[in-house]
Design a protein around this ligand. Structure first.
Ligand code: HEC
Ligand code: HEC
Ligand code: HEC
Ligand code: HEC
Ligand code: HEC
Ligand code: HEC
Ligand code: HEC
Ligand code: HEC
Ligand code: HEC
Ligand code: HEC
Ligand code: HEC
Length: 456
């Protein structure tokens, strides 16, 4: 489909992509300034002739059909800098298919009232009719009145038209619209994953977009067409996107659980009651939020071996905090959780890739982690038969005693310590005896062989 109003004139999707990637939005009217130089005498012949005609019937405010007398001509153009011809052709059908079909040209192009008209510098102000200003903020495309820090998109980019288009604007409910849910990651990616654009605006690496595409949300959207999977705007906002370091961003640490809770309500509820959730809610930034365990853009299914919550990766994920001695002292947490786990049968098997043995999460729970002293905790002595019993049928209340997080010391667990010392000595002795046996056997064999050769 030809796209009027869009000077690139490619397919619809191609057009909004091209517009974004090829001409990063600039607030300064550079293009217009450049054009002004070569402006004189640019009205082309067709236009002039039509203009003469129109002069006779010029009304107070020109109607759309009058504008189209010139602008529907496919060849109509203006001379831009370097005297390149730039089309100013407007395809009526595109506008008619857009959400603004009922708007007159002059409703948007307010500085052009009569025809023929002078070349104009003025940009269309969407905020005349749409009160997005309050959301877009201070130094934003149009707004004023926002306090510090400004919205992420307010200062440099993008403008309304970068995300919505110009004459081809459609509602977000239209699958053809770049703002349709399924198209949002691609829309944001036009800048955030575009190396040239990132360089121009000093944006962080586009890794996030790549990770998102491979994530359970990105895959759900792209592969399964699951429109309810999370897209960029669910976690960042739409017209009120903020830097992630801004405490008011929905992607700011303190707001992450409630942001995920927009969709994962059940898990959020369990988390909110857990030792981690309660700590986080009281402002303890050291307590884990959803993204500490799952990642932000790289969220994957627990069954995906690449996931940070895949069974054999859980120890590392929990351990990243629980092995931290500063945190241990700060919150009075017992140390050596990782080491003792890795030294246990479960830990060793897990290290070799066994996803069926117990990990921190299968014993403690993942979203509902509570101290073992809490009767609701899965590792409270009363609940041990059930927790261990899932994999060790018949496990009793004492099943866990001396077998989990075992750090034998002489003072505690004398029995266990003694057993472990005994076993260490016993195994060493056994190994030694075995070696001695082999060596003696070897010597005996050589002697026998020698005797045979000598004919004995
Ligand atoms: C007599 C023919 C003619 C009519 C009628 C006409 N235009 Fe134009 N318009 C032109 C030409 C030629 C240009 C290119 C001017 C240039 O070189 O900048 C242009 C440019 C424009 C531009 C681009 C800005 C610019 O200055 O380059 C807009 C917007 C525009 N016209 C809107 C309108 C609207 C709205 C109407 C109806 C109210 C209208 N035009 C009626 C001939 C016409
Ligand atoms: C919903 C508002 C809206 C309506 C209605 C509208 N335009 Fe535009 N038009 C824009 C925007 C936005 C641009 C992009 C430039 C800008 O941001 O000012 C634009 C650009 C243009 C240009 C410059 C060429 C270009 O693509 O940059 C012309 C010419 C033009 N419009 C003519 C018309 C004519 C003729 C009509 C009526 C048939 C019309 N417009 C109706 C919003 C509108
Ligand atoms: C002259 C007033 C006017 C201007 C200027 C204007 N719009 Fe609109 N816009 C409307 C009206 C009226 C509707 C509702 C149309 C309908 O529902 O039929 C609308 C609808 C929309 C919608 C769809 C909203 C929805 O709920 O479905 C979007 C998106 C939109 N406009 C974006 C823009 C952008 C971006 C600009 C600037 C380039 C702009 N508009 C300029 C009047 C305007
Ligand atoms: C970063 C991209 C982006 C920018 C910039 C942007 N929007 Fe939007 N806008 C969106 C998306 C995405 C939606 C759809 C939101 C949704 O459905 O939750 C939307 C929705 C809208 C809607 C109504 C909902 C609909 O059905 O389409 C209007 C009106 C609108 N935008 C106008 C504007 C105006 C006016 C500006 C400039 C002041 C602007 N937008 C700037 C991305 C953007
Ligand atoms: C499930 C929620 C979620 C989704 C979906 C999501 N993000 Fe993010 N994003 C976050 C969180 C949380 C952070 C903060 C990370 C941090 O603090 O380091 C972030 C950080 C960012 C940042 C700033 C840091 C950086 O890496 O540059 C950008 C830009 C960004 N996201 C863009 C996007 C884009 C574009 C998409 C869609 C392709 C997207 N995000 C999808 C949650 C999300
Ligand atoms: C036209 C290009 C463009 C588009 C499209 C765009 N952005 Fe941006 N975005 C930028 C620029 C430029 C910045 C940096 C602004 C600054 O630092 O002044 C930015 C900043 C951000 C930030 C803040 C990053 C940080 O460091 O904390 C987030 C988050 C973000 N954008 C998300 C999005 C999302 C989500 C979308 C899609 C709805 C989107 N952007 C679409 C250009 C764009
Ligand atoms: C807009 C809704 C929405 C938001 C917000 C959202 N998710 Fe999701 N999430 C989904 C949907 C839908 C699925 C299922 C995708 C599928 O099965 O293909 C999903 C899947 C998941 C999965 C994999 C589930 C499984 O059973 O394999 C994890 C983990 C996940 N999300 C974590 C998060 C985290 C963490 C956040 C916040 C940073 C978050 N989600 C934000 C909708 C959302
Ligand atoms: C302390 C680490 C941790 C935190 C915090 C955490 N999760 Fe999880 N989450 C996990 C682990 C580990 C699994 C894998 C459980 C499994 O294998 O069944 C998981 C599984 C999931 C799943 C897949 C479905 C399921 O129940 O197995 C979803 C969805 C999910 N988490 C969302 C969230 C959300 C939303 C939050 C924040 C409210 C959150 N998680 C906080 C560690 C965590
Ligand atoms: C981002 C860091 C972080 C991660 C990741 C993390 N935790 Fe924690 N955890 C904490 C902090 C901090 C506390 C102390 C909270 C408090 O006391 O208010 C805590 C408390 C606990 C407690 C209660 C300890 C007690 O004696 O009260 C248990 C049990 C626990 N975590 C297990 C886990 C498990 C299992 C995982 C992985 C599924 C995990 N944690 C992941 C930081 C973390
Ligand atoms: C086989 C089940 C099991 C596994 C696997 C396991 N734990 Fe435990 N954990 C327990 C039991 C039972 C207790 C309480 C008795 C004790 O301290 O030995 C406990 C105690 C704790 C405590 C002390 C706080 C409290 O609730 O008493 C923390 C913290 C902890 N574990 C973290 C972890 C981390 C981190 C991992 C993974 C590296 C892990 N655990 C793996 C069963 C397990
Ligand atoms: C997710 C399943 C799972 C859970 C939960 C689990 N284990 Fe295991 N555990 C295994 C598997 C698999 C083995 C390998 C040997 C086997 O099949 O018995 C094993 C082996 C062991 C061993 C060493 C070998 C043996 O059979 O003596 C001990 C000790 C043990 N588990 C203790 C516990 C305790 C205590 C708990 C509860 C706090 C627990 N386990 C919870 C899966 C689990």
């Amino acid at each position: 489909m030809a796209l009027s109003g869009d000077i690139h004139g490619s397919s619809r999707e191609g057009a909004w992509r091209a517009r974004l990637t090829l001409s990063p939005h600039k607030r300064t009217p550079t293009r217009n300034q450049q054009r002004r130089a070569g402006r004189v005498g640019v009205l082309n012949l067709v236009a002039l002739a039509a203009g003469q005609l129109l002069l006779l019937v010029a009304s107070a405010r020109a109607e759309t059909r009058e504008c189209l007398m010139c602008h529907s001509a496919p060849t109509i153009s203006r001379t831009s800098a370097g005297s390149a011809q730039e089309s100013v052709h407007v395809d009526e059908s595109v506008l008619a298919a857009s959400v603004h079909a009922k708007q007159q040209c002059t409703d948007c192009h307010t500085d052009i009232e009569t025809v023929p008209h002078e070349p104009t510098e003025q940009q269309v102000r969407c905020d005349r009719c749409h009160d997005i200003v309050g959301q877009m903020g201070e130094a934003g495309a149009f707004g004023s009145g926002e306090t510090q820090p400004p919205l992420a998109h307010a200062v440099t980019a993008p403008a309304c038209t970068d995300c919505h288009g110009t004459h081809d604007i459609r509602p977000a409910s239209d699958p053809e619209s770049p703002t349709y849910r399924m198209n949002i990651p691609a829309l944001c990616a036009t800048c955030h994953a575009e190396p040239r654009f990132r360089a121009a605006y000093g944006l962080a690496s586009g890794r996030g977009v790549k990770q998102y595409r491979a994530s359970v949300h990105g895959q759900g959207l792209a592969t399964d067409g699951l429109v309810v999977a999370a897209v960029c705007t669910d976690c960042h906002g739409t017209h009120d996107i903020r830097k992630v370091t801004d405490p008011r961003s929905p992607a700011a640490r303190a707001h992450i659980p409630s942001t995920c809770a927009k969709c994962h309500v059940g898990i959020y509820k369990a988390y909110a009651r857990s030792v981690h959730g309660m700590a986080s809610a009281t402002g303890i930034a050291d307590a884990p939020v959803c993204t500490d365990c799952h990642g932000e853009h790289a969220i994957r299914r627990p069954t995906d071996p690449e996931s940070s919550v895949y069974p054999t990766h859980v120890a590392q994920t929990c351990g990243s905090c629980h092995e931290d001695e500063t945190l241990q002292t700060k919150y009075g947490l017992p140390g050596n959780r990782m080491a003792t786990y890795l030294g246990s049968y479960h830990g060793v098997a897990s290290k070799y890739g066994d996803a069926k043995v117990a990990n921190c999460g299968t014993c403690h729970g993942v979203h509902d982690v509570l101290p073992s002293s809490d009767p609701r905790s899965a590792v409270n002595p009363q609940n041990i038969p059930r927790t261990c019993g899932r994999c060790h049928p018949g496990a009793g209340q004492n099943f866990a005693l001396g077998s989990v997080h075992l750090q034998p010391s002489r003072k505690r667990d004398v029995g266990v310590f003694a057993v472990r010392v005994f076993y260490t000595i016993f195994i060493a002795a056994l190994g030694g005896a075995f070696l001695v046996h082999i060596v003696l056997d070897l010597i005996a064999w050589r002697r026998r062989a020698g005797r045979k050769r000598r004919g004995g």
